[in-house]
Design a protein around this ligand. Structure first.
Ligand SMILES: [Zn+2]
Length: 273
C-alpha cells in the first residue's frame, strides 16, 4: 500500500525504461488511492459509530449515576406512577439549617489518592453552581463552604479514572439511621470523553439530591433519573418537595418551632404530577 516518493525519483532517472516505469507507477498510484480511499471510508465509519455510541452522540450508552441508594428492586410497586424516592434524613447537622461542603482541589485518579492534577476552575464553578441552585430553591437550607474537609458535612471530589459511572454518593448514618456525613464523587468524563461543564453541573446536582436524602426517579426527564443522558439538568418542584419530606423534622415544622424530635422520613416516595 505504501508507495514512497523515493520510488518516483528512481523511475525518473532510468532513461529508456522511464515510460514503462511511469505506467507501472500510475497503476501503483491508482491502487494506492483505492486503498487509501477505502481505509479513509472505514475510518470514517468507525469514527461515526464510535461518536454515535458515546455521551455526545444520539445513541448514548446507559451511563449510570451509581450510588449507595440505587437498587433495581426499588421501583417495585410504583408502576404507572411517576415518583421520586425518599431515602433518608439528615440528623442534627441540619438543626441550624446549614450544611457545609468542601470541594477537593485535586483530581482523584484511580490508585492515587489526592495526587492528581488540580481540578479545572470551570469544573469547580460547575459544582458550585449546582450547590447554589439547591441552596436557592430549598427554603430554610443554606450551603456554606467549609475551610477544610474535616469540618465539612459534605465532601465533593472530582474523579478521573475512565469509569462509566458519572457520579457516586456515599452517605454515612448514625445508629438512628440519620445522615451524619456525605461523600460525593463526580467523574470528569466517561468512555474517553470529557464531560462539559454543564454535564458536570447536572451530575453534581443529581448527587446533591442524594446527599439531601433523595433516591431515584422512576421516569426519564427528571434530575434524579438513573441515567445521566435521560435526566434533566434542573431541579423541579418534585425534588424540592421530596427534600422537604426526606428531612421533614426540619422543613415541615412550623416557623416558630421545628418538630420536637429529629426523625427519619415518614414516607418512601413523592409523586410527581
Ligand atoms: Zn443517583
Amino acid at each position: 500500500m505504501a508507495v514512497s516518493s523515493s520510488d518516483d525519483k528512481c523511475s525518473n532517472e532510468k532513461g529508456d525504461d522511464s515510460q514503462k516505469d511511469i505506467i507501472y507507477n500510475n497503476n501503483k498510484k491508482r491502487k494506492y488511492y483505492t486503498y487509501s480511499g477505502f481505509a479513509f471510508m472505514l475510518l470514517a465509519v468507525i469514527s461515526i459509530a464510535y461518536l454515535a455510541t458515546t455521551v455526545h452522540g444520539p445513541f448514548q450508552p446507559p451511563l449510570l449515576f451509581h450510588d449507595s441508594v440505587y437498587n433495581e428492586m426499588e421501583f417495585d410497586g410504583y408502576s404507572g406512577r411517576d415518583v421520586v424516592l425518599v431515602c433518608c434524613s439528615w440528623g442534627e447537622e441540619l438543626a441550624d439549617g446549614e450544611l457545609t461542603y468542601f470541594i477537593g482541589e485535586r483530581i482523584i485518579t484511580q490508585g492515587r489518592n489526592g495526587l492528581g492534577e488540580n481540578v479545572e476552575s470551570g469544573t469547580v464553578e460547575a459544582v458550585t453552581k449546582a450547590i447554589q441552585e439547591w441552596d436557592s430553591k430549598v427554603e430554610r437550607l443554606t450551603f456554606t463552604e467549609a475551610t477544610s474537609r474535616r469540618n465539612a458535612d459534605i465532601e465533593i471530589y472530582i474523579r478521573d479514572d475512565g469509569n462509566e459511572r458519572a457520579g457516586i454518593t456515599k452517605n454515612y448514618y448514625d445508629s438512628h439511621g440519620l445522615i451524619t456525613k456525605s461523600y460525593v464523587m463526580v467523574s470528569n468524563g466517561a468512555f474517553g470523553f470529557g464531560f462539559s461543564d454543564s454535564q458536570i453541573e447536572q451530575i453534581a446536582k443529581h448527587e446533591i439530591g442524594h446527599v439531601l436524602g433523595l433516591g431515584h426517579a422512576n421516569f426519564d426527564g427528571n434530575l434524579m433519573a438513573i441515567h445521566v443522558n435521560r435526566g434533566s439538568g434542573s431541579i423541579s418542584d418534585c425534588e424540592i418537595e421530596a427534600v422537604y419530606k426526606a428531612n421533614e423534622w426540619w422543613f415541615e415544622g412550623s416557623s416558630e418551632g421545628r418538630l420536637r424530635y429529629i426523625q427519619t422520613p415518614s414516607t418512601e416516595h413523592i409523586e410527581c404530577s
